[in-house]
Design a binder for this molecule. Structure first.
Ligand code: SIN
Length: 299
């Protein structure tokens, strides 16, 4: 698992009624305090949140007390929601919510316990990968359970020139199935996929360097979880190039490590960052609710 990188300690609460956006002293991320997401967010505040999301790539909302339906409503303001292919872990009655959890009830997992085991950008294996994801803490472990985020704009901007030239204009293939059987062999969370599920996740090709559709900033867009090969290169060259990119895109200097506090909700931009779940000890319980917003076809 990845090492420490930047972690940020909690800030004081804001005066009543005042929404504050406090950038972290880290390569990405900001904290939003004083916003009551159980109430409708007015247009001006929504615009501030939207802009902060573009500027900082990861927003941490503190003390969020909302229902799954309210999380769905807030998420939908950014775009249509995507339903995860593992229907088994949808929240009952709210299919837009994916339960991320290592908890078992009556011997059965209640959520996807190994979500985020490898660095990735959510749903990069779809034609329209995710714009962003919101993860709301329901139950947190006393130890472990951190989530790491790596800034892929900085990753691209700090690549050696020679590597930039090697990937310029190239496409890579992304597949949901890339690591599925490997994960399935050692986890209780991965059912055998039906043919209908396999048909839902046909591999796709995306630019290795994508342009953010709202800011125009370029970012690396390959990950150890889902990227299987560089289009048009022999396998050995492709593997070597991807290994180099994976290592450079997750360097500590690009990473913010989120140490969860009770009722945090974290909203990240999958067009700008990759993320990784650092892991939770088996004896600890962890449960979070994720909504996933559909994005554009990468260019
Ligand atoms: C995810 O990859 O969506 C889950 C991240 C986490 O559980 O920390």
């Amino acid at each position: 698992m990845a090492s420490a990188a930047f972690a940020v300690s909690p800030t004081a609460s804001s005066p009543a009624g005042e929404v504050q956006i406090l950038p972290f002293d880290a390569p990405l991320g900001a904290e939003v305090i004083g916003l009551d997401l159980s109430q409708p967010v007015d247009t001006a505040t929504f615009k501030r949140i939207h802009q902060a999301h573009l500027d900082h790539h990861v927003l941490v909302f503190r003390d969020v007390s909302i229902t799954p339906a309210q999380q769905v409503d807030f998420s939908r303001r950014f775009g249509p929601l995507q339903i995860h292919v593992l229907r088994k872990f949808q929240l009952a009655g709210t299919p837009e919510v994916l339960v991320v959890s290592n908890i078992k009830e009556n011997g059965e997992p209640i959520g996807l316990g190994d979500a985020g085991h490898y660095w990735h950008s959510d749903l990069s294996y779809k034609d329209k990968p995710s714009l962003g994801s919101l993860l709301h803490a329901q139950e947190l472990p006393k130890e472990g359970g951190d989530t790491l985020f790596a800034n892929q704009h900085l990753a691209f901007e700090t690549l050696p020139d020679e590597l930039r030239r090697a990937i310029d204009g190239r496409l890579a293939e992304h597949s949901y199935l890339a690591k599925y059987e490997e994960l399935r062999a050692r986890s209780p969370w991965r059912p055998a996929l039906t043919q209908a599920q396999i048909d839902e996740v046909v591999p796709v090709q995306h630019p290795i360097v994508r342009t953010h559709p709202e800011t125009g900033r370029r970012a690396l867009f390959v990950s150890e979880h889902f990227t299987t090969g560089v289009v048009g290169l022999p396998k050995d060259e492709s593997d070597a190039l991807l290994a180099e990119l994976f290592a450079l895109s997750t360097r500590d200097s690009l990473v913010y490590r989120h140490q969860w506090q009770a009722n945090d909700m974290v909203f990240w931009d999958n067009r700008s960052v990759m993320h990784l779940a650092a892991g939770t000890p088996d004896h600890e319980r962890r449960k979070l609710y994720r909504t996933t917003i559909e994005g554009d076809v990468p260019f």
